[in-house]
Design a protein around this ligand. Structure first.
Ligand code: ADP
Ligand code: MG
Length: 546
């Protein structure tokens, strides 16, 4: 037909290709994500032309992405019915980089040789070239949507140059054929290709088939309007992303434009699997950019103690913004974290208020994570403390108390929030520690777990009130002497010799013996110089480990 033209790649592209071709980068499979995104983008552009009423070649061609494998020939083909490319567009789009951010990205790759940055190749507008990680030759058949355009074949082995040749009329769109490298034939196996599509491209807004079988059946619900989504759709989506068989316990779906454009859909599962002994959970929120997976199980989107939350965060602002930084320390990710975490905390607060029964269920399973957060996450501590729940001398049955409620109920002269640790309500109430509080009518929080005491002690105060353990040695509370019914206590020399006798008896088991001003019925009580008994136990445990 017509002659074949050979053209040189622009210097930066060749530089990039050299890196890509020789890279030892292990996640080579991302090339498929990039080619599928390109196909999807091309169809979105076509769709735009369609709805704006332009004249279009093959108007009725369905908008879908067809992937076919050929293991015998070591070939993988990705075909779309998108806008296609003219000859000029071919050389402009696949041969040159114009964007300065992309050039900087390539420069950075060349300088640092940092392989993991190749994951970002699509973010920098050079995703197409990732095909050369797995292909020794790439052939593109393309036909623009313009009715009078011609059809072309573009071909390259990524080594300096490419060819463009006109060919007989093709259907609208682009078909990319990868001639796989010898050691990359895995990508010509349908199972492999299906798995990769499901992992990265499940939410691409057009049907994707592999050898005729449709592989993306779930919609990207997070981009839809809340009132267009049914409960069943939410549940189906949750089961899909969380690999779950049941419904989620909680769900938060929100979008915002400021301070950052973001679409988020988060779930709290029904069960805390760490409690069931499955080991420590990994963060389970995935980071997307325009429905395409950028980072699975993104570590920095939520603080670590929220690792039980599952879901999707999608931000259109990811591209190019990241510039030379890696995803991990990007300011953008920090911004995302701030927005998502504070929304989630506010949501949990609202749940506690508006859906107390549900919150109770949540607390039972995931309260332990909130305690971890209160102790470790300084930035969100105040908000987390409001979400904690406790038993107390005034709660009944299953009902629990928040620290804010405690403060509201405090006696006028009461200065601090008091807590005491024990294995059960009965044991705590039978002990001597409560006497002075009962006498004064002060509520006391009952903690069951050493971690509760650890949290309350580490945090130290709530809304300006000190958090104090009731078995602390220097508790500044004294009984109302009128209530001690007429019995005379020991005084002066008598008291001193009694104390000496006790000290001799107990020896090194105690550090000090003191007259108590807080006991009413009980003869004696043991106090801790370490803040509380349970702190003391924890410290002993830690020492044993050393
Ligand atoms: P990006 O997609 O970020 O622009 P790529 O390197 O992935 O960067 O692709 C470069 C360009 O090549 C695209 O912007 C597009 O113009 C063109 N292109 C790639 N794949 C296709 C396709 N399947 N159909 C039409 N144009 C495409
Ligand atoms: Mg792309």
């Amino acid at each position: 037909m017509s002659k074949t033209e050979t053209k040189e790649f622009q210097t930066e592209i060749q530089q990039l290709l050299d890196i890509v071709i020789n890279s030892l980068y292990t996640d080579k499979e991302i090339f498929l994500r990039e080619l599928v995104s390109n196909a999807s983008d091309a169809m979105e552009k076509l769709h735009f032309q369609l709805v704006s009423g332009h004249d279009i070649k093959d108007k009725d061609l369905p908008l879908e992405i067809k992937i076919t494998t050929n293991l015998n020939e070591h070939m993988l083909t990705i075909a779309d019915a998108g806008i296609g490319m003219t000859k000029e567009e071919l050389t402009e789009n696949l041969g040159t980089i114009a964007h300065s951010g992309s050039k900087a990205f390539v420069q950075n790759l060349a300088e640092t040789g940092d392989n993991k940055d190749l994951n970002l190749i699509g973010q920098f507008g050079v995703g197409f070239y990732s095909a050369f990680m797995v292909a020794e030759k790439v052939t593109i058949y393309t036909r623009s949507y313009h009715p009078e355009a011609a059809s072309y074949i573009w071909e390259s082995d990524g080594k300096g140059s490419y060819t463009v040749e006109e060919t007989e009329d093709l259907p609208r769109g682009t078909r990319i054929v990868l001639h796989l490298k010898k050691d990359q034939e895995d990508f010509a196996k349908p199972e492999t290709v299906k798995r990769i599509i499901k992992q990265y491209s499940s939410f691409v807004p057009y049907p994707v088939s592999v050898d005729g079988e449709n592989v993306n059946t779930v919609q990207a619900l997070w981009t839809k309007n809340k009132n267009e989504i049914t409960e069943e759709e939410y549940t189906e989506f949750y089961k899909f992303i969380a690999n779950a068989y049941d419904e989620p316990l909680l769900r938060l779906h929100f979008s915002s434009d400021a301070p950052i454009n973001i679409n988020t859909l988060l779930f709290v599962p029904k069960n805390n699997i760490e409690k069931l002994g499955f080991g420590r959970m990994e963060p389970s929120v995935n980071l997307y950019c325009k429905k395409v997976l950028i980072q699975a199980q993104a570590k920095d989107i939520l603080p670590e103690w929220l690792r039980f939350v599952q879901g999707v965060v999608d931000s259109e602002e990811l591209p190019l913004n990241i510039s030379r930084e890696t995803m991990q320390d990007s300011a953008l990710v920090a911004k995302l974290n701030k927005v998502v975490t504070s929304r989630l905390l506010k949501y949990l607060g609202d749940q506690a208020k508006n859906e107390p029964e549900k919150y109770k269920e949540f607390w039972k399973e995931f309260g332990i994570f909130l305690k971890e957060g209160a102790a470790n996450d300084f930035a969100h501590r105040d908000e987390i403390m409001k979400l904690l729940r406790f038993e107390s001398s005034q709660t009944e049955g299953e009902n629990l108390l928040s620290l804010s409620e405690y403060v509201e109920r405090m006696k006028e002269e009461q200065e601090a929030i008091y807590y005491v640790n024990g294995p059960s309500r009965e044991v705590i109430e039978a002990g001597p520690y409560l006497e002075v509080f009962k006498d004064k009518g002060y509520e006391v929080i009952y903690t069951r777990d050493s971690i509760d005491d650890y949290v309350l002690m580490t945090v130290g105060e709530f809304e300006g009130k000190k958090l104090i353990s009731a078995d602390q040695a220097d508790l500044n509370l004294t009984r109302d002497e009128n209530k001690v019914d007429g019995q005379e206590g020991l005084e002066g020399d008598e008291l001193e010799s009694f104390n000496e006798w006790l000290k001799e008896l107990l020896g090194t088991k105690v550090t000090e013996i003191r007259e108590s001003k807080r006991l009413i019925d009980s003869p004696a009580l043991i106090l801790s110089p370490f803040g509380s008994h349970s702190m003391q136990r924890m410290m002993q445990m830690m020492n044993r480990d050393l």
